[in-house]
Design a protein around this ligand. Structure first.
Ligand SMILES: C[S@@+](CC[C@H](N)C(=O)[O-])C[C@H]1O[C@@H](n2cnc3c(N)ncnc32)[C@H](O)[C@@H]1O
Length: 247
């Protein structure tokens, strides 16, 4: 086994012990509800990107969504999913779907694994823009450098705390193994938001408790800021203008 493969399987082992599947589904349900998913059409074609072992798909199924797909690079994690969604092993920087063929794309905790920022992020966002139908939704939940996250990592710096709390140890282990991409991601909040908001009209945005939670609607063309949106696209809601932002 190469050093990279052993790092990957150590990371996957820590990820699997971080939360039980039931805890994960509950977490995903909370996020989906907060971002308005209960009002989205249940027959929408939804793709969960970076889907891992598929508990995000299980949460979507629980909410009544019927046309589900998942994409992840890890065959081992995808193999753990047993639900009805069609899951493919692929790189989200090159999605295996035709243009304008899906209604909703979701990423939860995947973008901060991309090796090259902002280039890889632009690739994924460009691919999502390509495969979504006009007006389609892109939901993103990723770590964000808030006071809570700073505190969590400060506590995680104490070996005694890690020994006492297995979940914290799993989180810190994952963080150590993905440190380069994780830190790179946390250091570039402006570039990340610019990339998302240049290509999608922000519908909801919350920042707090160590997370960015965001939903955007697909603009007619790439490269337009929300402020420049004209007719033919969904106008941003009050939340898009910052009313929903907390930190
Ligand atoms: C932190 S896990 C998140 C999994 C799931 N979204 C969750 O929250 O449980 C990150 C996932 O991204 C996947 N991944 C990393 N780079 C990828 C890429 N370029 N394309 C597709 N999946 C990727 C990994 O295999 C891993 O399953």
């Amino acid at each position: 086994m190469s050093a990279t493969e052993s790092n990957e399987s150590a990371w996957e082992a820590a990820y699997l012990r971080f939360e039980t599947p039931e805890e994960e589904v509950r977490k995903f349900l909370r996020r989906l509800r907060k971002l308005g998913a209960e009002s989205w059409p249940k027959d929408a074609q939804v793709v969960e990107l970076f889907c891992g072992r598929g508990n995000g798909l299980n949460a979507l199924q629980h909410l009544g969504f019927t046309r589900l797909e998942g994409v992840d690079l890890s065959a081992a994690l995808v193999a753990k999913y047993t639900g009805p969604a069609k899951c493919v092993v692929a790189d989200c920087r090159q999605l295996p779907f035709p243009a304008a063929s899906r209604d909703i794309a979701i990423v939860q905790g995947g973008l901060h694994h991309l090796p090259e920022l902002p280039g890889d992020l632009e690739r994924v966002v460009g691919e999502v823009h390509r495969v979504l139908r006009p007006g389609g939704r892109f939901m993103v939940v990723e770590p964000w450098w808030t006071p809570f996250l700073r505190f969590a990592h400060w506590v995680g710096g104490f070996r005694v705390a890690r020994r006492a709390w297995a979940k914290l140890d799993a989180l810190e282990t994952m963080t150590e193994l993905e440190l380069t991409t994780y830190e790179q991601w946390l250091r570039q909040p402006d570039a990340v938001l610019r990339c998302l908001e240049d290509n999608f009209a922000t519908e909801r945005k919350f920042i707090g408790w160590g997370k960015l939670m965001w939903v955007g609607r697909r603009n007619a063309e790439r490269g337009f800021r929300n402020a420049e949106l004209g007719g033919g696209t969904q106008p941003p809601t009050a939340k898009a203008t910052g009313a929903g932002v907390s930190s």
